[in-house]
Design a protein around this ligand. Structure first.
Ligand code: PGA
Length: 249
């Protein structure tokens, strides 16, 4: 069985002090939770302090991006080994904001996924269609390309290491959520693509998260869908109490 993962993407919010305060509150609010994995991805500047504060708690820590080289003259970039050295478990890769504002492509996403896995980090590969693509009936073809190129050449020693996050771009930060039916349809499709790529057994073990305006109010219905294995939460993860209510969906 897949253990659900509820992940908080703190984006470019919170100083180190604020992030540590939030993770402490969160860790105590979810201390008794064992059936669900909890992860937060703070900004890089807070990663070290948050990782220390989360040590010994049920909260796992992730980064919001990484670069694929191990080291070198790459000003402003962060290497996979730097993240593992901090105690990071996960890394979000290819979030639509990275694709939209920072030139991320399926090819660079693919290099990052490979580098993450090689370093022992679990990638959370984000995919999703824009509103225009959905309206044009291109949702599945867009997602297929993102998954196919994003996972090119990737081999999985442990299927639990790969997490895919379906985040319809039109639902991120907009208050619009895919209906549970719309999301389930896409998740099932993605799992079938993963089965074609890695085999059924592996595809059944990969967690596919839903992201896009997840809140305590809509989490239970979304998480009740058979192929939705958790959530990637932006805005509603910034407050420890609100986020803990999603964790307890
Ligand atoms: P949101 O963001 O929950 O604020 O819509 C989700 C995400 O971008 O991962």
């Amino acid at each position: 069985m897949r253990t659900p993962l509820i992940a908080g993407n703190w984006k470019m919010y919170k100083t180190e002090t604020e992030a540590v305060d939030t993770v402490r509150r969160l860790a105590s609010a979810v201390a008794d939770v064992s059936a669900v994995e909890v992860m937060v991805a703070p900004p890089f500047t807070a990663l070290s302090a948050v990782a220390r504060a989360a040590e010994g708690t049920v909260v796992r820590v992730g980064a919001q991006n990484l670069f694929w080289e191990a080291e070198g003259a790459f000003t402003g970039e962060i290497a996979p080994g730097m993240l593992t050295a901090l105690g990071c478990t996960y890394v979000i890769i290819g979030h639509s904001e990275r694709r939209q504002y920072f030139g991320e492509t399926d090819d660079t996403v693919n290099r990052r996924v490979g580098a993450a896995l090689s370093a022992g980090l679990k990638p959370v590969l984000c995919v999703g269609e824009t509103e225009a693509q959905r309206e044009a009936g291109d949702t599945f073809s867009v997602l297929d390309k993102q998954v196919e190129i994003g996972l090119q050449g990737v081999s999985l020693k442990n299927p639990g290491d790969l997490v895919v996050a379906y985040e319809p771009v039109w639902a991120i930060g907009t208050g619009k959520t895919a209906t549970s039916g719309q999301a389930q349809e896409v998740h099932l499709h993605l799992r079938q693509r993963l089965a074609g790529r890695f085999g059924t057994e592996t595809a059944e073990a990969v967690r596919i998260l839903y992201g896009g305006s997840v809140k305590p109010g809509n989490a239970p219905e979304l998480m009740g869908m058979p192929d939705i294995d958790g959530a990637l939460v932006g805005g509603a993860s910034l407050d420890a109490d609100t986020f803990s209510r999603i964790v307890r969906f």
